[in-house]
Design a protein around this ligand. Sequence first.
Ligand SMILES: O=c1ccn([C@@H]2O[C@H](COP(=O)(O)O)[C@@H](O)[C@H]2O)c(=O)[nH]1
Length: 312
Amino acid sequence: MISGGGAEAAAEVAADLAASRLVPGAPGRAPGATPFGARLRAAMDDHGPLCVGIDPHDALLAAWGLPSTVAGLERFAATCVEAFAGRVACVKPQSAFFERFGSAGVAVLERTLADLREAGTLSLLDAKRGDIGSTMAAYAQAYLGEDSPLRADAVTLSPFLGYESLRPALDQAAATGRGVFVLALTSNPEGASVQHAMLDRRSVAGRVVDGVTADNAGARPLGSVGMVVGATVGTAVQELALDLAAANAPLLAPGVGAQGGTAESLRAVFGEALGNVLASSSREVLGAGPDVAALAAAARDTADRLAGDLRG
Ligand SMILES: O=c1ccn([C@@H]2O[C@H](COP(=O)(O)O)[C@@H](O)[C@H]2O)c(=O)[nH]1
């Protein structure tokens, strides 16, 4: 509440901020009952280790007989929710494909996240946000705040302004029972030029792993601070001496399907950490659309195959 003027008003604003009343979902609100890591573990046990992406590429919209418009986007996303909700562990809308339509596209993203919530399916918003800490706090409110229209169960974050710059989001996620996935080794070939770089004999990716490991210490059955490690990174985990199993982290593995990742490559990349892998696939599954039953079957087949192939 803001009233009065001068020093009195400033004091009120400061008090309101301290009490987290001015900003929806600011840290300090009641934490969710069950942490994200535990909710994800249960969802993976129930449905298998697959996260399906909602990536409405122009080519897919056309293949589904939809226009590249907000109406096409809306139909595409609603079809995905109908096909995937309740059938896979997690659904990952790719924010870029919604943002490209401006505010109307972001409104579709809000509804998609709300529909997933309503259906009881975990959402992971792929937004790859990262900024200086004070701005990071605003991203945290946007994606992890209790009352934010764009809230998801988890969000992807970029640590390349320094792992600790993500602290406001890490705190917000912990306070609201949500999760984050921090980029460590991305699936694109260009990522290695930054992520493999050595600083004082520790790679950039290794420093991310160190931060995540510390933040997940003691969390059971799984931490809520995840990492992104592509299914396509080959031998990088071994070459950089990354102990992914010790990180106690959900490991989002994009690159399965269209980028060439397979169950075999997942086994080679993740070794002992395989049990914490959440494989991510977008185009390969979405190619089965627009028929809802065919999409659902493609997602279930992929999830079942991965569950069998990745079992210890
Ligand atoms: O390292 C990364 C991080 C994120 N992604 C995202 O995952 C999907 C992949 O889509 P496919 O169609 O299965 O290739 C997409 O949204 C990327 O932005 C990634 O690929 N690699």
